[in-house]
Design a protein around this ligand. Structure first.
Ligand code: SF4
Ligand code: SF4
Ligand code: SF4
Length: 308
């Protein structure tokens, strides 16, 4: 597997964090030994069915379900597709437009967290803020997050975003798979329910793979012969079908099938001692700076009280 600079940084982020774990008494919810929850759910996204323009109901439903601001531009405003959008703290899913087989047949693709089977974000997190649940979602616990943002560096799909504008308690933000309100009770997420075209199929991941294979077999001219997410980075809960090659709808096709946590583990076993020491050094530095800021804030508060 070739690693370019961007991959290396992601890989190094995960490595750094995991190496730190080897020398610190912090328990992380790393999933290197994930053996799979056989009944975990997934979503199959059939991009050939999405109409995008004049719809984006999935975006609006997601915002409502997760108490996020309503998306700025209304469904009829096609200018939203002029740029390739990525998710951000106020929007956990976006629809982007890509050239299709002909000019009048664009392909619209939904983007959100892929809910990886062996998530790099969980592996990179120093405090175990991310967990792969038996239901299939990768959840995030803001109450333990220290804001190091290794998860953002580690994610191969560029999904976690950070509330830089929040001065008090900034959180990492990403699609929740509607875990608390829907998935936990076996229900389909809000975006799936809102879609008028049944672009997304919710079900047991294993069954969805069968459905996807059948679709491809029955319509070989309609789909590229590949289920994106079946094997990428060790498999993801969200999977895709497409009428055009996946790299032309903004999906990375250079990720390989090895789970990122496994890459990290293999690398660490061959890494020189210095690689195990540096991360601890950076974490210590981080904690030291955090404590320094805290003391400065406390002293500042005292000064204000004394001079009042
Ligand atoms: S609601 Fe369905 S058809 Fe509409 S944009 Fe979203 S995925 Fe596409
Ligand atoms: S897509 Fe990124 S944020 Fe989502 S589970 Fe995978 S590694 Fe984590
Ligand atoms: S699963 Fe829930 S949080 Fe994720 S994109 Fe759909 S509606 Fe949004």
């Amino acid at each position: 597997m070739n690693l370019n600079r961007r991959d290396f940084l992601k890989f190094a982020g995960a490595t750094t964090a995991t190496a730190a774990l080897t020398s610190l008494p912090i328990k992380a919810e790393a999933t290197e030994h994930f053996t799979g929850h056989p009944d975990r759910k997934g979503i199959l996204v059939d991009t050939s069915l999405c109409i995008g323009h004049n719809c984006r109901r999935c975006e609006f439903a997601c915002a409502k379900e997760n108490y996020l601001p309503t998306p700025d531009k209304p469904p009829e405003d096609a200018s939203v597709f002029d740029q390739r959008r990525r998710t951000h703290p106020d929007q956990f899913t976006v629809i982007n437009r890509f050239p299709g087989r002909s000019e009048d047949m664009p392909v619209y693709a939904k983007k959100q967290c892929m809910h990886c089977d062996e998530p790099a974000c969980a592996s990179a997190c120093l405090v175990g803020a991310f967990k792969k649940t038996p239901e299939g979602a990768v959840t995030y616990d803001a109450s333990v997050c220290i804001g190091c943002r290794y998860c953002m560096v580690a994610c191969p799909f560029d999904i976690p975003t950070y509330e830089y504008n929040s001065a008090l308690h900034p959180r990492v933000r990403k699609c929740t798979f509607c875990f608390e309100t829907k998935l936990k009770e076996g229900k389909a997420p809000a975006c799936v329910e809102a879609c008028p075209r049944e672009v997304m199929t919710f079900g047991k991941r294993e069954d969805l793979i069968k459905v996807a294979r059948q679709k491809i077999a029955r319509n070989p001219d309609k789909y590229v012969d590949h289920i994106y997410g079946e094997h990428e980075v060790g498999g993801t809960s969200w999977m895709y079908l497409s009428p055009v090659p996946f790299d032309s709808i903004g999906m990375r096709t250079d990720l390989g099938t090895t789970p990122y946590p496994e890459l990290t583990r293999n690398y660490l076993s061959a890494a020189p001692l210095v690689m195990a020491i540096w991360p601890s050094f950076f974490l210590t530095l981080y904690l030291f700076n955090k404590r320094k800021d805290q003391i400065a804030a406390e002293e500042n508060g005292k000064h204000k009280e004394e001079s009042a």
